[in-house]
Design a protein around this ligand. Structure first.
Ligand code: TNX
Length: 546
């Protein structure tokens, strides 16, 4: 046996030697400017503008709080791996001056979420009309740096960036993912980490499925047993849990700092067993059902014939609305198999009115379609067959759609028969299946203008840990993100597959679990201490706005 105490030293020496040999043989070339997920709207490479972040770089931002906040976030992203101090300062007219400038320009013709990123020999400039735009520019910048930028520890690397200009803006205003915290409860740190994943890919909505048969996860002061009783269960018999109001507020503000709006869902009138266990007066037979920890659906409902039910709904939605700065309240509406016809539509219409009276916009699963229209209402379509006349009719009456096709966007579907967790009722969803569809035309007869955007739901009947969540989320979430953000004209599986492969080393370096989908050409080279890329000619894309 060699002396174990000498091993780290030897390993360190070997690493240092490999590093300096590597530096001599192949100084790391920058990534290509177009190697970004989701694909940017317009990319104009300029190889004469390649630039390397120097240790003494300063991040200078416009003096408005929205710009300074993004500058601080950028510094926090870059400091761990670079080990550079990267001080943040402000200026009336920020200039890169050998560092990074974040310029908030109200007159910039870039839209509410767009940005321009200029990389020149003088440094980096991100320009946007809003903090959100600057934030998205920073996410792009992050992906253009070597993968080692994801390291939590300082890494000896040449922090090279490819020269040129990216002009970018999203195709759809609503780009989301859903996390079901009801079937299995996930603590705040897990939710915050999911928010980080959304932010990386420029998603801007996190839909939280907060209540279901197996558990009630959000504190409601006027009906306290919803959580103390209804929150104490989950699928499989585990302890469950719930978010006290302060925890929910923490999630909301962490998301807001990343330009992500939380969409809270209280699923009604079905999927309510946990509420009935806590408050039997809401049950049709006024008797408490046993707590439910299985995975069937469609058996429970709050009594639509009892006025007390509407007091309950108004109290719950009122408290959730008060905690939620975003405009949306999601009222579920799916799989209420025992509440039929006019009883169902009558219930939905009353609840829609309650939401409107709270000053919020109704979102619900597309089962809401037959109910009367109410201004602004949004249906979340989760069908598996794009022929859906009932939804088309609701759109004709004014509804907008968020599309989440079960057989393309459901992150709880297995990738392949051997995926260890997940469902297959909507089929298997490999990365290509998640990528190859068009939210703008998917529901036949619904015009693209009625499509607000796209969302990828993650139901958690079989998902019990953060690693499980990440395994199902990655790499499919970036596919859905690209459908929501990138112009349709840039849709191209071969390009996406290659750009997605570049994300793998980033996740590995950051310690994020992902599914090594066989159809993606993941690199096999080590990512720490350095990732070396062979320079390749860039191809500029000039795309017209949609
Ligand atoms: C259907 S999608 C449901 C959920 C399940 C999911 C499992 C929808 C609106 N309802 O209750 O968790 O399938 O994939």
């Amino acid at each position: 046996m060699p002396l174990p105490t000498r091993e780290p030293e030897v390993a360190a020496l070997a690493r240092a030697a490999e590093q300096s040999a590597g530096d001599l043989l192949a100084p790391s070339a920058p990534h290509r400017l177009a190697d970004v997920v989701p694909a940017p709207h317009q990319v104009q490479p300029d190889p004469t503008g390649d630039w390397v972040l120097p240790a003494e770089a300063v991040i200078v931002a416009s003096a408005q709080p929205a710009a300074l906040a993004v500058a601080e976030q950028l510094a926090q992203l870059l400091r761990p791996a670079t080990g550079y101090p990267l001080p943040v300062t402000d200026a009336t007219t920020p200039e890169p001056a050998g560092g990074i400038a974040l310029v908030l320009e109200a007159t910039a013709d870039l839209g509410a979420e767009g940005y321009r990123l200029d990389i020149t020999t003088d440094g980096v400039r991100v320009t946007a009309a809003t903090g959100a735009g600057l934030f998205y520019g920073v996410q792009t910048l992050r992906q253009l740096l070597p993968a080692a930028i994801e390291s939590p520890e300082p890494v000896a690397e040449r922090w090279a960036l490819p020269g040129g200009t990216i002009t970018d803006a999203p195709r759809f205003p609503y780009r989301g993912a859903m996390l079901d915290v009801a079937r299995h409860f996930f603590a705040v740190p897990d939710v915050l980490r999911v928010i980080d994943h959304l932010a990386r890919y420029k998603l801007n909505h996190l839909h939280l499925h907060l209540t279901d048969d197996q558990g009630w996860r959000i504190a409601v002061d006027s009906w306290p047993k919803l959580t103390t009783v209804g929150g104490a269960t989950e699928v499989g018999g585990g302890p469950g849990g719930f978010y006290p109001k302060a925890d929910y507020a923490r999630i909301v503000s962490y998301a807001a700092a990343r330009h992500i709006t939380v969409v809270p869902e209280i699923d009604l009138p079905g999927h309510t067993n946990s509420a009935l266990v806590a408050y039997p007066e809401l049950a049709p037979d006024k008797t408490a059902p046993p707590p439910y920890t299985g995975t069937e659906v469609g058996f429970s409902y709050v009594d639509p014939a009892d006025e007390r039910t509407y007091d309950f709904v108004a109290d719950v939605l009122g408290e959730v609305a008060a905690l939620t700065p975003g405009p949306w309240l999601h009222i579920g509406g799916d799989e209420a198999f025992k509440v039929k016809g006019e009883v169902y539509t009558g219930f939905v219409e009353r609840v829609q009115r309650i939401v409107a009276d709270l000053g919020k916009t109704v979102v619900g699963w597309h089962q809401l379609a037959p109910a009367a229209h109410l201004d602004g209402r949004v249906l979340q379509w989760w069908g598996t067959n794009g022929e859906d006349p009932t939804t088309v009719d609701a759109v004709r009456r004014g509804a907008r759609l968020v599309v989440s096709p079960g057989n393309h966007a459901y992150l709880d579907m297995k990738y392949a028969p051997d995926t260890p967790i997940g469902h297959d009722w909507a089929g298997l969803i490999d990365v290509r299946k998640a990528y190859d569809w068009d939210p703008g035309t998917h529901v036949v007869g619904v015009p693209a203008e009625a499509v607000l955007g796209v969302e990828a739901p993650l139901w958690t009947e079989s998902v019990t840990s953060l690693a499980d969540i990440e395994l199902l989320l990655l790499p499919r979430l970036p596919a859905i993100a690209e459908l929501g953000w990138s112009p349709r004209a840039s849709h191209d599986w071969a390009s996406f597959r290659d750009r997605l492969a570049g994300q793998g080393p980033r996740w590995t370096t950051a310690g994020i679990t992902f599914h090594r989908a066989p159809e993606i050409p993941w690199s096999t080279t080590p990512t720490i201490p350095t990732q070396r890329n062979v320079p390749q000619p860039d191809t500029a894309t000039h795309l017209t706005p949609e």
